[in-house]
Design a protein around this ligand. Structure first.
Ligand code: DAH
Length: 330
């Protein structure tokens, strides 16, 4: 019997202990076998065997119970140790995400114009010739189409080259007055340090009754906007040409790097071109069936703004998914 006491003491798991219990107390267990031997014993021996066996029986039961409690306690402690969190350990630096600089710039632009009561409008990126060109006073074979290196599909479909088609879609689906901006991705066959085939623009359009909207209104809102984006800069309007506006202007800010003294970024001019604008051309209103209205429009490239704000040299780096670069904007 001694070996069973040892076995109980040496059992290392509750599971092993259960095996031992079955071997000792089971129907074919050691005790049952020992009791069976009584059949062939004399009456005197029987009394002694029964006494001995009953003593072992209760002693082993006791041992089993004690050992089980000990093992259960150990197993519980082990489980608690294994699942414990060591709050004193150094953690690896947690990584928080951040907005992409282009989206952050886009948000700031949107913030300004929504505060000025402009609605946000969107349109499809796969456009047709009518919305992207024709209705914007860019008839077929117009030389100004060349400025926009277009990706064409079949059947007059194309990837929109600017967000200006959203002007047309909005005017054709709503009545004036209109006060909208259209942020979104646009596409051109272009790739160098200041151009990527996909980039973002924000288009703006304001339309009201004839004679109400003036170039002075346009100047006011854009000057204010550019000061909001770039701080204390000077703003100048330069006559330019866009088919959808007449008169048209390009807008410059005084160089934010050299404060207008002339540096590499502004090509020694002291000015940085940042957007295009103008008074909506009557041909555009004709194309959408608007009569007796006046309006202004403007369009800007979001990447250009982000590059200037964050002093990014190569626009392409923004779209290479380089974590090292993007982390700087957290
Ligand atoms: N659509 C022009 C472009 O992509 C930007 C633009 C210029 C939009 C003048 C306008 C505008 O609405 O009036 O280059």
């Amino acid at each position: 019997m001694k070996e069973w006491y040892d076995a109980i003491q040496n059992a290392q798991s509750v599971e092993k202990l259960e095996e031992i219990r079955v071997s000792v107390f089971g129907k074919k267990g050691v005790l049952a076998l020992e009791f069976a031997k009584m059949k062939t014993a004399t009456d005197e021996e029987k009394a002694q065997i029964a006494k001995d066996l009953n003593t072992h029986k209760s002693a082993l039961t006791n041992e089993l119970m004690q050992r089980k409690i000990t093992l259960q306690t150990l197993e519980l402690q082990e489980a608690m140790r294994a699942s414990a969190i060591d709050v004193s350990l150094f953690s690896s630096k947690s990584q928080s995400g951040a907005l992409h600089p282009v989206m952050e710039t886009m948000d700031k632009i949107i913030e300004y114009f929504t505060a000025m009561n402009f609605d946000i409008k969107t349109g499809p990126m796969v456009e047709n010739d009518f919305y992207n060109f024709e209705a914007l006073n860019l008839p077929k074979y117009h030389p100004a189409r060349d400025m926009q290196d277009t990706f064409y599909f079949k059947d007059e479909m194309l990837l929109r080259t600017h967000t200006s088609p959203v002007q047309i879609r909005t005017m054709m689906s709503t009545k004036p007055p209109i006060r909208m901006i259209a942020p979104g991705a646009v596409f051109r066959r272009d790739y160098d340090i200041t151009h990527t085939p996909m980039f973002h623009q924000v288009e703006g359009l304001l339309v009201d009754e004839e004679g109400i909207v003036s170039f002075a209104n346009l100047k006011f809102i854009l000057e204010n906007f550019l000061k909001y984006m770039f701080g204390d800069v000077e703003v100048r309007f330069r006559p330019s040409f866009f088919p959808f506006t007449e008169p048209s202007a390009e807008v410059d800010i005084s160089c934010i790097f050299c404060k207008g003294c002339g540096c590499r970024v502004c090509s020694k001019t002291g000015w940085l071109e940042v957007l295009g604008c103008g008074i909506v051309d009557p041909n555009v209103f004709k194309a959408v069936g608007y009569k007796n209205v006046s309006g202004y429009a403007f369009g800007l490239g979001v990447e250009r703004f982000a590059m200037l704000i964050h002093q990014i040299g190569d626009l392409r780096s923004l779209f290479e998914g380089d974590i090292k670069l993007l982390e700087q904007f957290q």
